[in-house]
Design a protein around this ligand. Structure first.
Ligand code: CMX
Ligand code: CO
Length: 144
């Protein structure tokens, strides 16, 4: 059995109003904002939040471009659950393994994700309906 999906890194939620969504998650749910950043490759502004004892985080995603994946999702489905992200040690290797099994990996090469991570995605039609993100965190020997 493969064992390269190490942890659930985050759950991604598409939002139309980031300020309102952050207010709900902090003031009502009590999550703590870990970081806010704009990702120009993904055309999103995102806020990553952590529950009281840590663990899997929540990623709120607001589109910065009407043609982006998140903007299109909002148009079709409205705000809500968008993807789940697994942490991996080697995103190229895990993507290659899944692709070799005939699943559609969305990028030929990893792109930049949160906090200097490397990311790729597996198409929801090849995973039972859930968009999967693979996240290789930035390591100390791979700055930036
Ligand atoms: N979750 C589940 N199903 C989804 C979905 C989602 N997030 N987005 C689309 N789908 C479904 C649609 O409902 C549709 O289903 P049917 O075939 O049953 O009608 C199908 O997928 C459409 O597939 P498509 O036409 O190939 O693709 P879309 O234009 O809808 O785009 C996707 C979907 C996943 C290819 C696109 O969103 C994408 O490229 N995503 C990767 C990038 C991304 O999501 N970035 C934002 C997050 C950034 C981050 O986490 O850092
Ligand atoms: Co994500």
């Amino acid at each position: 059995m493969p064992n390269d999906l190490l942890e659930l890194d985050h759950v991604g939620i598409a939002v139309a109003d980031l300020t309102a969504a952050v207010a709900f998650h902090t003031e009502v749910l009590g999550l703590r904002v870990e970081l806010t950043e704009t990702n120009d490759e993904q055309h999103v502004t995102e806020v990553m939040l952590t529950p009281a004892e840590g663990g899997t985080r929540i990623q709120l995603l607001e589109p910065t471009d009407p043609a982006s994946a998140i903007a299109q999702f909002l148009q079709r489905s409205g705000p809500g659950l968008h993807h789940i992200a697994y942490r991996v040690a080697d995103v190229v290797a895990t993507a290659a393994r899944l692709q070799a099994e005939g699943r559609r990996v969305l990028y030929p090469h990893p792109r930049h994700g949160t906090a200097g991570s490397l990311i790729n995605f597996v198409h929801p039609r090849d995973t039972g309906g859930v968009l999967l993100e693979l996240v290789q965190p930035r390591s100390l020997d791979r700055p930036g």
